[in-house]
Design a protein around this ligand. Structure first.
Ligand code: SF4
Length: 232
């Protein structure tokens, strides 16, 4: 079981400001700082973190990844997962209560606090992926003390993995057990949830220089950060 303590899920101010599109380097106004403090309080009061993670063999994952056959013709994950030391299917949710709290703020025209809480919750959910990746790295290191492997989460809807890939991922992992369901567009409910496959392997397998056609629309080139993050 992976533990998701709120203290580790709670985002740093800089990450929230970046998610809101505010320039880094400048100091936030007193009003922005007060909004963030209130949003962090609401985050702590309304988050109900739950996650599941299960190992999956490369052969089985190949079938899950193929999904409905709608992936891009060439994707980074195709070349990466086959070289991994381990693969884990993963899903995490902050629960329904925080989405309800965000919705209430917008309903009551408190758009500023609603937007900040929405950003706090999104970054908080993403932090769960990092906590899970560190857990996966420890699993591999426990089996091979010489290993200095890195784990990253790859998700349907990103990097050429079609969003309809959620269907087979959910059929195998069954995140319904922790209260996550899929709608007909393959979006998760509760909204502040993440899913995908944790790929653990040498840092080198996560690096690639290829630029894919779908990269043109990419707003968060996580692959670039992966090339430098958490050096071994
Ligand atoms: S640039 Fe974006 S879409 Fe392209 S591989 Fe990197 S993270 Fe994926």
């Amino acid at each position: 079981m992976i533990d998701f303590p709120l203290a580790r899920l709670q985002p740093l101010p800089a990450a929230v400001y970046a998610a809101l599109g505010l320039k880094s380097g400048g100091s936030p106004s007193p009003r922005s700082a007060a909004l963030l403090q209130r949003a962090l309080e609401l985050f702590r009061e309304n988050s109900e973190p739950r996650g599941i993670c299960e190992p999956v063999a490369a052969g089985e994952f190949a079938g899950i990844y193929a999904g409905r056959g709608q992936n891009a013709p060439d994707t980074p994950l195709t070349g990466i997962f086959q070289r991994a030391a381990s693969l884990h299917l993963f899903a995490f949710t902050l629960g329904a209560r925080i989405s309800h709290a965000i919705g209430l703020l917008f309903e009551h025209d408190d758009f500023a606090l609603g937007a900040v809480l929405d950003a706090v919750a999104s970054v908080g959910a993403d932090n769960a992926g990092r906590i899970a990746a560190e857990w996966a790295e420890r699993q591999v290191a426990a089996e091979n003390s010489a290993a200095a492997d890195r784990a990253f989460l790859y998700s349907p809807g990103y990097c050429g993995w079609h969003i309809s890939g959620q269907e087979k991922l959910f059929a195998s992992l069954r995140p319904e057990r922790i209260g996550i369901s899929l709608n007909t567009s393959f979006l998760m409910n509760p909204l502040k949830s993440i899913s995908g496959v944790l790929v653990t392997g040498t840092a080198a397998i996560h690096r690639f220089s290829t630029v894919y056609p779908f990269c043109d629309q990419c707003k968060s080139p996580a692959c670039r950060e992966r090339a430098t993050a958490r050096p071994a």
